[in-house]
Design a protein around this ligand. Structure first.
Ligand SMILES: N[C@@H](CCC(=O)N[C@@H](CS)C(=O)NCC(=O)O)C(=O)O
Length: 209
């Protein structure tokens, strides 16, 4: 049995899909339509009680959620894909550092910008200021990533790793197309480089056009 990935094009499931492409693993993609709130349905909640994508069914039949947990598990199961630097290297620690920074300090902000009504005591009030504040915090945190990209075009001098996939996918959210190129040009270059990798390019194109 191959992997089964539950996701939505361009969403956090793309981080997993790109990693599977780099590994060269077979997988079936099952779309969860976020526009119609399919992730909220009880059928999907049985897979991910937090009602979010991605969810990955492993060849063993086990279900995994949380994008970083999935990515680190894929790295462990497929060491030949070199998704992370050697575990005893300084770059390994830096890769985890920035993977976790984006996952814990930036990714959650997109829920506020996409669903500001969830973060307002009165969901019927004007939630636009909530969304705007989320985008402001988003931009500030991406500048921190920008200032810590030490490789060219990738995060680390030692080359491509999972953290690049994560940065590439998450940085393209929150409708910041006009702001990104001038304010976080290294992040932009890194993302373009991930998008044009041999293994990633077809998956990126399918998800993001
Ligand atoms: N911590 C989770 C976050 C997952 C997440 O926020 N997924 C978004 C799509 S990128 C989602 O499913 N949103 C739908 C919703 O919040 O209702 C992870 O890393 O997998």
């Amino acid at each position: 049995m191959s992997y089964i990935l539950y996701g939505s094009p361009g969403s956090g499931s793309l981080t997993v899909e790109l990693a599977l492409a780099e590994i060269g693993a077979e997988y079936e993609f099952r779309t969860v339509n976020l526009r119609t709130d399919e992730q909220r349905a009880s059928e999907y909640a049985a897979l991910n009680p937090q009602r979010k994508v991605p969810a990955l069914i492993m060849p063993s039949g086990e279900t995994l959620t949380e994008s970083v947990a999935i990515l680190l598990t894929l790295d462990r199961l497929h060491p030949d894909a070199n998704l992370l630097p050697a575990a005893d290297s300084a770059d390994y620690a830096q890769a985890l550092r920035w993977l976790m920074f984006v996952a814990s300090e930036i990714y959650p902000i997109v829920e506020i910008s996409d669903y500001p009504e969830r973060f307002s005591p009165d969901p019927n009030s004007d939630v636009e200021p909530v969304r705007e504040l989320a985008c402001e915090i988003w931009r500030e945190r991406w500048k921190i990533v920008e200032d810590n990209i030490n490789g060219d075009p990738y995060l680390l001098g030692s080359g491509f790793c999972l953290s690049d996939i994560y940065i590439a996918v998450v940085s393209r959210w929150a409708q910041q197309e006009n702001w990104r190129p001038t304010h976080i040009p290294k992040v932009e270059r890194l993302s373009d480089a991930v998008a044009s990798r041999t293994a990633c390019a077809p998956v990126w194109k399918k998800n993001r056009g």
